[in-house]
Design a protein around this ligand. Structure first.
Ligand SMILES: [Zn+2]
Length: 101
């Protein structure tokens, strides 16, 4: 029984390392899919600068406030899952900023 569990764990770690080595993007596949979904909404947002790193964003459904320095949006999505929401993506594109820094 212990030998079976050791073999299974060894295979899991091997597969995980192999998958990680074959990745070609900065983010995981899961995160990339979320970013793609949010990109379409980001293109529909209107940006209104409030301050150098603070912006009001209107996505036609609601208005939010994005703070690039704090990496925060009032919709709380960016704060909770740590992946930029569509509002943050719209602001980053508007301000020519990257999320990777
Ligand atoms: Zn947001």
């Amino acid at each position: 029984m212990a030998e079976f569990i050791r073999d299974m764990l060894q295979m899991w770690f091997y597969n995980r390392r192999t998958n990680a080595r074959e990745m070609s993007t900065y983010l995981t596949t899961f995160a990339d899919e979320h970013i793609k979904d949010r990109t379409e909404t980001a293109h529909r947002c209107e940006i209104h600068p409030i301050h150098f790193n603070t912006f009001k964003v209107d996505d036609k459904w609601k208005e939010t406030t994005v703070d690039l320095d704090e990496r925060s949006c009032s919709c709380r999505q960016w704060d909770l899952d740590e992946l930029p929401c569509s509002h943050a993506m719209a602001v980053a594109r508007y301000a020519s900023r990257s999320f990777n820094s």
